[in-house]
Ligand binder design. Sequence first.
Ligand code: 5AD
Length: 427
Amino acid sequence: MRRYSVRDGTLYATAFYLAPPKQVHRLHSMISTVPGERHERRGPRMTEHNFASAVKKIQDALGPDCPEARGVRAVTSPVLGAELTEDDIVALLDAGPQEQQTLFALADKVRKRFMGNAVHLRGIIEFSNYCVRDCLYCGLRRDNRKLARYRMSIDEILKVAAKAAAAGYRTIVLQSGDDFHYRADDIARMVERIKRTAAVAVTLSVGERSRKEYAVMRQAGADRFLLKHETADPDLYRRLHPGMTLDGRLECLAHLRDLGFQVGSGNIVGLPGQTVRTIAKDVVLLRALDVEMAGIGPFIPHPDTPLASCPPGDLAMSLKALAVARLALPLAHLPATTALATLHPDARRMGLSCGANVIMPNVTPLEFRRLYEIYPGSIALRAPEDGGIAEIRTMLSSLGRPVSDTCGHSPKPEWARATRVAHTSAH
Ligand code: 5AD
C-alpha cells in the first residue's frame, strides 16, 4: 500500500517509512506496563474527563486518518499544539496505565504525520567537563572535587568530528560544561573547521554566554544551540542552580533565537520539589519558546552531589512528558534521551514509540567519556567509540524506522532556506 511521510519539509510516498503496526502496538502495551507509576494514582481522578477532552482536541485537529490528510502539517501544526491548555497537559501527564496507551499512540501518530519515520542521529562530542556552575543535580558541578577534569584540544575535537562524519553522522553536537577556558573565538574556530571538512550541521551546547559571544559562534556557521531550561518553576530553578535564575536562562534563549540559531531547550523530569503541574509548565514554556528541539529526560541522582539520596525520575512520567511535548510541538525534534535510555534497557525504543525522532549517540573518546559523568551508569559508557551506530541501526530497523540521511534541520517552513544554504555550503 502506498503511504506518505514527511522528511525535511518534503512529502514522500513510500511504504518503507512506516513501522509495522503490530510491532508498534506491542511496544505500546509494554510501555503501559512499565514499573514505577508513583505519579499516577492519587485518590479519585478528577482529570479523567479532562484527559478525554484533551485527547479529543488533538484528534479533531489531526483530522481524518487517511493518506490524503498527510502533508497538511504546515496548516494544522500551530492549531494542534496551541489547542492544549496547561490543565489539559496536567490531565495528560496524570494518565493512568490505560490512558497512557492512548496518549502514547496519539503522540506516535503525530510524530509520524509531522516528522515522518526517519530517525536523526546526532553525534555528541563532550569536549570539556570543566564547569563554573554548581547545579545541585549535576556530577560536573564545580564543587565535585572527586571528578578528574579534562579538556580536549581543538585538534583532538576535529579528529573526533571527522571520524563521526565518516561513520555517517550528519550532525555533530559540541557539548561541554560552562567552561570559559574556550573563548567564543575558539569555539567559532572549531565550528568553522568542522564545517569546512565535513558535510554536517553543528549544534553547540556550551551553556550560558553573552549575546556577543553567541553571535561570534553563529557567525562561524553554528546551526543550532541547545540550552535546556531544566525547570520552568523559577523558585525551584533558583534552588537547584546557585547564583542563576530562570530569567537569565530565558534571556540567553532569546538571544539565541534572535541570532538565528535553531534553538533547543528541555527539562528534567523527577527533580525533587517538582510536581506534575511543574512539568506541565515545562511543556507550556517549550511551546511558548517554539523550540526547534527539546530534550526531556529523567533525573538520575549522582552520588557526589547534594541530591545523592533523592529518588530518580519516573520512567512512565518521563515518557508521558515526551509524548505530551510531541502533541504540543508537532514539528520539534525530540530525542529519546540518554538519561531515559539509562533508566530502562528498552527505554530508547519506548521513547521512539511515543514521540521521539532523534537519538544522540556519544562519540567522545572513551578515556574522556567516562569522566563526563553528569549522572552515573550512563548507557553511553557501554557504547563503542562510534556511539554504537550498528546496534542503533538494528534496533531502528526492528521498529521499521530508517536512519535519516539528511542533516535533520528543523522542518518548520522558516528553516527551509537555512537547510538549502547549509547543504550547498557544506559540499
Ligand atoms: N540527571 C539527569 N539529567 C541531568 N543533567 C545534568 N545532571 C543530570 C542528572 N543528574 C542534564 C541537564 C543538562 C544536561 C547536559 O544534562 O538537563 O542540561
